[in-house]
Design a protein around this ligand. Structure first.
Ligand SMILES: [Ca+2]
Ligand SMILES: [Ca+2]
Ligand SMILES: [Ca+2]
Ligand SMILES: [Ca+2]
Ligand SMILES: [Zn+2]
Length: 599
């Protein structure tokens, strides 16, 4: 885990430009509530960032907030790019690994790039609001955020620079087992970096241009002259002359079916590769996770569909089961997500969407013991005012329902991409039909919506949705355990003995140990130490009165508590034969540290 100091020329240049161009005068602005009025790191959250842009942001943030931010690399991608991550917390107290941690991953599917901006926005917002906001000060004092802007830097680069990126990373694979790798993928006929739609002029074709909208084609009806054959997606060339078209493009596996819990081979779970953790990007996150068992909550951003996804991803959870208590916590926090993020629904993966074997989310829950969500970002219902009567009555043939082939449980609003593009994006999302040459079909036209549309937020909605999702992550992170020793009483009980009675509270919703954590002993128990005297007996009070208890016979100065439930109190009673001033210390892998001294 080396620190990431490398700053490229462009980054250095932009640092200089930043100082010159965006040092802002406070007298120019008036604060809008909830946003920083004069951020040290000026950002525009209505655009997407390349890998260079991500590194630039991370380095600028760390430079502006050295007391809060560290930039590191967790490893390398297939193509050798750094797996950058930000550690965001108030430095100077206990080490970050002794605070409850919150992991954010994004963009594991290369075409799902906006999770990156959402993750970056979280880091930025925490830092820029910190100085003046007591809630965030407390949050960053108590907790640590580990923010991976992209889990798939290669795929992101490919998506932004080339046409037709696969869903996942870029490790070469021989999809059709002909001995060649990645030899026949999609083709970008006109070299515009887009895989558009393709049509060919034909007076007997099934389609004609919509007389009201040249972007669109409509089916000919009886008695009308045809104009076009629709040939489907751009390209469709048999590059290796094996008789099959586009059968082996770059990559073509699913890095979100690669995680080492409930993993299944490809014939059961399509997209799975050779074995769990086949890919260096996931290996890097896994190794990071194993060194950060303090991570108590996670978010893995995806798109699309407008969902706050919760586990399990397999019926019955495979071998992992959410206990009733875990379920209640996950639902309670998820319901808050539904309230905060306009248009999103809380959805259980296996029952409301589809079964996923070997997904990242289940690994964090079932192998690491964290409480986990995965937000499916963006939904078409954010396009129009859904309260307007017109929004629910689309013109014939124009309406589309729901997200992009995603969950049936996604909100079922009606929306029209053409209308949205025309009226709100002024046509920016549509690549006009232009003529080009196809090696087999001859003269064709390519055109259609850009890859930056449909699954991705348009700029003007990106910041809003980033903020709402960030607020949910902050709420989730806030609800990771917060342990405090709230009371210590010392009573003389005669015969040279004293009793020390300590109250330990978990002030947040999450328990220190999930059901899965307890079942498989993922973490050791919580330890509660009594320092400052000779401990004779240690008792865990189990009833409402102090005289109902369980005794810990061995090593009573270090009491072992399997779990401290959310919003609960725990009383420990020690009998000691020496000492007058006592310290009670709590050590919990996911609950952090707490201590207090007797009077
Ligand atoms: Ca091949
Ligand atoms: Ca193209
Ligand atoms: Ca071929
Ligand atoms: Ca082939
Ligand atoms: Zn995805």
């Amino acid at each position: 885990m080396k620190k990431y100091y490398k700053i490229g020329l462009m980054t250095a240049l932009s640092l200089v430009l930043t100082v010159i161009t965006v040092a802002q005068s406070p007298e120019l602005y008036f604060q809008a509530v909830g946003s920083p009025v004069n951020p040290k790191v000026a950002m525009s959250w209505n655009r997407y960032h390349t890998n260079a842009g991500i590194a630039d942001f991370c380095n600028r943030l760390a430079k502006a907030y050295p007391n809060l931010v560290t930039v590191s690399s967790a490893g390398k991608s297939v193509q050798g790019r750094d797996m950058l991550y930000l550690t965001v917390t108030e430095k100077g107290g206990v080490p970050d690994t002794q605070k409850p941690g919150y992991y954010v991953g994004a963009n594991i599917h290369s075409i799902e790039i906006q999770g990156t901006e959402m993750a970056m926005y979280l880091a930025w917002y925490l830092c820029e609001m910190h100085a003046g906001n007591p809630f965030i000060q407390e949050l960053l004092r108590d907790k640590v955020f580990y923010i991976f802007p992209t889990n798939n830097p290669d795929g992101r680069e490919h998506f932004m620079t080339l046409a037709a990126t696969p869903r996942s990373g870029l490790a070469p694979r021989d999809d059709d087992r002909d001995g060649l790798v990645d030899e026949d993928g999609f083709d970008d006929l006109n070299g515009d970096g887009e895989r558009s739609q393709m049509r060919k002029r034909n007076p007997n074709g099934q389609y004609r241009t919509d007389p009201n909208d040249p972007r669109k084609m409509v089916r000919v009806i009886e008695g009308q002259q045809g104009e076009w054959d629709l040939l489907g997606s751009e390209g469709q060339i048999d590059n290796d002359n094996d008789g099959r078209i586009d059968e082996d493009g770059v990559g073509s596996y699913d890095a979100n079916r690669d995680w080492g819990y409930n993993w299944r081979p490809n014939f059961i779970q399509s997209g799975a590769d050779k074995y769990p953790f086949s890919f260096p990007e996931n290996q890097a996150v896994r190794d990071f996770g194993l060194k950060h068992m303090n991570i108590a909550g996670t978010q893995s951003y995806h798109n699309t569909g407008g969902m706050v996804l919760r586990g399990p991803s397999v019926e019955g959870g495979g071998s992992e089961v959410y206990s009733r208590e875990d379920d209640m916590v996950v639902d309670a926090i998820g319901k808050v997500g539904e309230k905060l993020i306009v248009g999103y629904r809380l959805v259980t993966i296996w029952s409301d969407m589809y079964t996923v074997w070997g997904g990242e989310l289940d690994w964090w829950y079932a192998a690491q013991g964290a409480f986990v969500y995965s937000n499916e970002l963006w939904n078409g219902n954010l396009m129009f005012n859904q309260l307007a009567p017109a929004a629910t009555t689309p013109a014939a043939g124009q309406g589309q329902r729901g997200g992009q082939g995603q969950a049936s449980a996604a909100p079922q609003f009606t929306w029209d991409q053409y209308d949205f593009d025309k009226l709100l994006l002024m046509g920016d999302a549509f690549i006009p039909w232009t003529e080009t040459t196809h090696p087999v079909h001859g003269k064709v036209e390519v055109g259609g919506f850009t890859k930056a549309f449909s699954r991705l937020h348009p700029g003007f909605i990106l910041e809003t949705d980033a903020h709402r999702n960030t607020a949910f992550l902050i709420y989730h992170a806030y609800q990771t355990p917060k342990l405090e020793v709230t009371d210590i009483k010392v009573n003389d009980i005669g015969g040279g003995l004293k009793e020390v009675i300590a109250t330990i509270e978990n002030k947040r919703m999450m328990p220190t140990h999930s059901a899965q954590n307890l079942r498989y002993k993922i973490d050791p128990p919580n330890y509660i130490f009594l320092d400052g005297g000779t401990v004779v007996t240690g008792l865990i009070v189990t009833g409402a009165e102090l005289d109902v208890f369980t005794e810990q016979k061995e090593n009573p100065a270090k009491m072992e508590i399997p779990n401290i439930r959310g919003n609960s109190k725990l009383t420990i009673k020690w009998i000691v034969s020496s000492g007058s001033k006592f310290t009670v210390r709590v050590e919990s892998v996911k609950g952090g540290r707490a201590s207090a001294q007797s009077k």
